[in-house]
Design a protein around this ligand. Sequence first.
Ligand code: ZN
Length: 315
Amino acid sequence: MKRTDKLLFLQPVLKDMLWGGTRLSEFGYDLPTGTVGECWGISAHPHGDCIVKNGPYRGMPLSRLYEEHRELFGNVKSDRFPLLVKIIDAKQDLSVQVHPDDEYAREHENGSLGKTECWYVLDCAADATIIIGHHAKSKAEAERMVRKGRFSEFLREIPVHKGDFFLIEPGVVHSIKGGTLILETQENSDVTYRFYDYDRVRNGVKRELHIDKSLDVITCPFKESKTKPVIKRIGASEVETLVSIPDFTVDRISVNGSVTLDSGSEFVNLSVTEGEGAIDGIPIRKGTHLIVPFGYGAYELSGNMEVFRSTVPEK
Ligand code: ZN
């Protein structure tokens, strides 16, 4: 077996969403309809389990590979594949939501995990905004504003720009608004409490809201998660660490020429979001998602590309 046969190239799962657009076609994906909202590029979630496209495990879903060949994933303790990497094309506004922390989810959602997520803005319209946090000073004030439907006063809506990065911790109210293309890295959990959907009606019905649970888990007052990117230059290339917390580390790698990186003590998720090039001589391009398995060692990225890397720190 060639060494590069060990790399796990994944078939992304495309999600049809009413708020979606057509921009995911720019990543080389065939869109089944005109309103694809999400590409789950690296996912072992039951709602979208990526299939391995090459090598000895070709045809196997990532969840099964994680179950049966844990040696490919190093020392990760999690009982399920820990991360989920998505590209989100929001043509219209997504509903306003909040996620519980692990403790609340364990108690109220059958032992599920809570969810921390982060967003990197790949592109957006000139006047695009995003919702992160709220203006209520206490839980009682949040409750009053939400129950009375005073959402424009309650929600903290801020301008957004290409290249912005946001860490969304459990308890933080958030919503991606229309005109935004985002790379999202999150814990592999789907526990979401939707508490406002702009009173939209779809096929004659409004979507279900979870007001009580949302108010339970909302952090009051809102406190912004400040992250400080750290940039490391390697030749003409650049590795920018956007966030490093116990749940995940996310780096944005600007490949210019060639850069050799070490896969370290864990497995590595890679998603190409711009340009084209190669990994150890195997061609990759905008829209490619792959996993460098545990123990692979050093890998060389070459070409002109933007690549997002996520890893789970050893616990
Ligand atoms: Zn979310």
